[in-house]
Design a protein around this ligand. Structure first.
Ligand code: UD1
Length: 379
């Protein structure tokens, strides 16, 4: 039997940790699968891209489309135009896309029009907030994908509501957690907090959503809440490139930085960031994936958004949807403090949390099992 050709696409930072275990699981059976890795180049800086290939032992991409940044339409269109000839040349049995970035929908759309099967990993998550570009990418990618690999049971309900047949949905767990489990010991051993001089308690901050950082009033509101929190707990903030300009323009941010209560860092690699998460008393974030990672690490997470597409991180994990206004954020912060949730227990656990089902480090293996079965049935 000739191996089935699987083409895997990555584009932006959160894709790399999701795709790494899948590529590894496919490579474990070279008689069954041949893999081609394509990088769209949506993220291209050393710190936003290359460092993850090195740390996660992702093979160098076979094809790099080098599309770079642009408006949503320009970036999505550039990815589609560059990706079509690659798919025509390779004609894989299946395309795997992960997450919800512009590269995800762009490549899935090209493939489905060429009659190539699409597998979407992390399918069915919904914030029900259509102002988020990721929500549009998720809804559309799921509609056109053949195999929908889900991380939590809420996804099946969301997909059913959108008319997706049950047979396309495969609950396999969370590939991002596969990567976290594989690297947490290594990350801990690097002593990143101590190396950065963070010897006491600290909070870890990330912000990059357009709704939070590109809107001046929203950003000012967030900063006024962060000012109060930073008075209790110094904050460390690896800054996403999108957020840099907003920070430079903000006097409140400059004040906090000058006081030493807000420490800005360049974007970090996977292991350093994981090390900071492990060592922090609380994480404040508008990221999706970090809500899941803190759930497994048992670190309290205040999500600086009004919704989450990952409700299991709230019901089973350590996540609290803190909103985006100073009032809601500070209310969540005070509640966390009065529950002493910002003080880690000796086990580093928040009481009452449970590990979400199938977040066990074996999601990629399950994906490969399903693909093996489904592609065999097809041939
Ligand atoms: C993208 C994803 C978002 C994800 C985030 C993680 C979409 C719609 N959004 O948002 O879901 O959470 O990645 O980081 O796909 N830039 C650099 N260097 C880079 C990449 C970007 O400086 O390597 C700067 C550019 O100024 C660019 C801006 O960051 O215009 C935004 O990049 P873009 O890929 O458009 O979106 P992100 O905000 O990174």
């Amino acid at each position: 039997m000739t191996p089935d050709h699987v083409l895997c696409v990555v584009g932006a930072r959160p894709n790399f940790m999701k795709m790494a275990p899948i590529v590894r699981a496919l490579a474990a059976d070279p008689g069954r699968f041949q893999t081609t890795l394509v990088h769209t180049g949506q993220h291209y800086d050393e710190a936003m891209s290359k460092v993850f290939f090195d740390e996660l032992q992702l093979p160098r991409p076979d094809v790099d489309l080098n599309v770079g940044s642009g408006s949503h339409a320009a970036q999505t269109a550039a990815i589609m135009a560059a990706f079509e000839p690659v798919l025509l040349e390779h004609r894989p049995a299946v395309l795997i896309v992960v997450g919800d970035v512009n590269s995800t929908i762009a490549c899935a759309l090209v493939a489905v029009k060429l009659g190539i099967k699409v597998a979407h990993v992390e399918a069915g998550l919904r914030s029900y907030d259509r102002t988020m570009p990721e929500e549009i990418n998720r809804v559309l990618t799921d509609q056109i994908s053949d195999f929908l690999f889900t991380t939590e049971e809420s996804a099946r309900e969301n997909l059913a509501r959108e008319g997706v047949e049950n047979g396309r949905i495969h609950f396999v767990g969370n590939v991002m957690i596969d990567t976290l489990m594989a690297h947490r010991e290594r990350a801990l051993a690097m002593n990143t907090p101590a190396k950065l001089g963070l010897n006491g308690r600290f909070g870890l901050l990330t912000l990059h959503r357009p709704a939070n950082v590109d809107d001046k009033d929203a950003f000012a509101g967030l900063l006024s809440a962060l000012e109060v929190i930073a008075a209790d707990l110094p904050l460390v903030f690896p800054v996403h490139p999108r957020t840099r300009a907003a920070l430079l323009a903000s006097t409140a941010a400059s004040r906090l930085v000058a006081d030493g209560r807000l420490r800005l860092l360049d974007p970090l690699g996977y292991l350093e960031f994981l090390g900071l998460m492990q060592g922090s008393s609380v994480v404040l974030t508008d990221s999706g994936g970090i809500q899941e990672e803190t759930t497994i690490l048992g670190v309290p997470c205040l999500t600086l958004r009004n919704n989450t597409e990952r409700p299991i991180t709230v019901t089973s994990g350590t996540n609290v949807i803190a909103g985006t206004t100073p009032e809601t954020i500070l209310k969540a912060w005070r509640e966390l403090k009065s529950a002493r949730g910002d003080e880690r227990t000796p086990e580093g656990r928040t009481p009452g949390r449970r590990t979400p089902p199938l977040w066990d480090g074996k999601a990629a293996a399950r994906i490969v099992e399903v693909l093996d079965r489904e592609l065999t049935a097809d041939s």
